[in-house]
Write a protein that binds this ligand. Structure first.
Ligand code: IF1
Length: 400
């Protein structure tokens, strides 16, 4: 079958909820992916930061195969010999006390919402069914009906209502707005340290720290969605460590499994996570031994291979180079670690055509919103690979 055959089949039988670049990939290794004609591309999206460890990392692949031949799932009706180790290891990394495993990011966000509400009613003393959670304009936390209800992006929510009540939206990056939005029934502030989908939006320095203080003063939980910004992506293990912030809960996903398997989690303190009692929450696949074993190895790889440090180093190196490009299309280059956005001026004709041109040069990336090109390669990238990519990026941005 040719690429075109496969594209046509996907478009005929698959729902059209995406508009992918027309490249049909069949193999991946480290930072590289290969299409069915053998052409190779540098992956600058990393499956939205789920392959921080690089595609098909051999250590994680080996673990996955070993565990798949041993025991894959027990359900939570019984215990398995991987879950406790997984919980402990993630708690140690996050300086937290208890973990609740799920599968996708959106499920973990839903879990954090339930946790915060129950904490509000049973610990903080919020009036029955009146709990409020504050979220930010421009957020992206997933696709469930509750989560899209507090999205501010029409594309994600139009025609999918009615929505779940109990959420209040404030502008991102403005601590005063948080302070003013808090009422006695506020249980949590749910926020991304950097809004990736929002266009790689980096809040003012000190924002998160101020939010932490405001939350503490008002007995409101600070819940950080580090599904995309965490696990080394932004040059620290967690993006909030740039400001020495310790949230009340982390929401993790994506790279937690190195891209092998959907694994997500909420980690928090005993006081907060302790609100869940048997039967109140769960999922068939969550916490299964295959997921736990893969995730444990993915985290070991991240730490033992120094990927967090590499993200910081390579991120700075790449950013400095990008800033030297002289192109009439570029409005701003911004980012942290290896989460970098190049915002184009409105006259540039949209980021999509740049992504298409970069694809021809052997680089895969995706526009976010109209005008931002996002660069987020696997964290195993080397200086030489960045140099190779940079030449091509420069060429496209200066010549198109
Ligand atoms: C799609 C975006 C990225 C996330 C944060 C929760 C979730 C995500 C911060 C939900 C998921 C994804 C999902 C994917 C596209 C993608 C995305 F552009 F839409 F925003 F990465 F930038 N919190 N992000 O980024 O996790 O349930 O998907 O596991 O929905 O098309 P999930």
């Amino acid at each position: 079958m040719t690429s075109q055959n496969l594209i046509d089949m996907e478009d005929q039988y698959g729902a059209h909820n995406y508009l992918p670049l027309d490249v049909v990939l069949t193999r991946g290794e480290g930072i590289w992916v290969y299409d069915i004609d053998g052409k190779k591309y540098l992956d600058f999206l990393s499956a939205y930061s789920s392959v921080n460890q690089g595609h098909c990392h051999p250590r994680i692949a080996k673990k996955m195969i070993e565990q798949a031949q041993k025991l894959t799932i027990t359900s939570r009706a019984f215990r398995n010999d991987q879950l406790g180790l997984f919980c402990k290891e993630v708690c140690d990394l996050t300086n937290m006390e208890m973990l609740l495993p799920m599968n996708t990011g959106a499920e973990a966000v839903e879990t954090a919402i339930k946790m915060a509400r129950k904490w509000g009613y049973t610990v903080k003393g919020v009036e029955k069914d009146r709990a409020e959670i504050i979220t930010c304009a421009g957020n992206f936390h997933g696709r469930t009906t509750t989560i899209i209800g507090f999205s501010t992006e029409q594309l994600y929510k139009q025609y999918f209502g009615p929505f779940t009540p109990g959420f209040k939206s404030i502008p991102f990056g403005n601590p005063k707005a948080l302070k003013n939005a808090i009422i006695k029934n506020t249980v949590a502030f749910l926020v991304e340290p950097i809004q990736a989908e929002g266009g790689v939006l980096i809040p003012p320095d000190g924002y998160l720290k101020e939010c932490e203080t405001i939350c503490r003063e008002n007995n409101v939980l600070l819940i950080l969605d580090e599904i995309q910004t965490g696990l080394g992506r932004c040059g620290k293990l967690f993006a909030c460590q740039h400001e020495n912030v310790q949230p009340d809960a982390f929401i993790l996903g994506k790279a937690l499994s190195g891209g092998f398997y959907p694994v997500s989690a909420v980690v928090s303190t005993r006081e907060i996570m302790g609100v869940f009692k048997p039967g109140e929450h769960g999922s068939t696949f969550a916490g299964n031994p295959l997921a736990c074993s893969v995730a444990r190895e993915a985290l070991k790889v991240l730490v033992e291979e120094g990927l967090v440090e590499n993200s910081e180093k390579m991120g700075n190196y790449f950013m400095d180079k990008l800033k030297t490009i002289k192109s009439k299309h570029i409005k701003e280059v911004r980012g942290k670690g290896l989460l970098i956005g190049v915002e184009l001026v409105p006259e540039a004709g949209g980021a999509r055509r740049f992504a298409e041109a970069l694809k021809e040069e052997g680089l895969l990336c995706k526009e976010t919103h109209e005008n931002v090109i996002r660069f987020a390669p696997p964290l195993v990238i080397t200086k030489e690979d960045i140099d190779w990519a940079f030449e091509r990026i420069k060429k496209v941005l200066e010549s198109l």
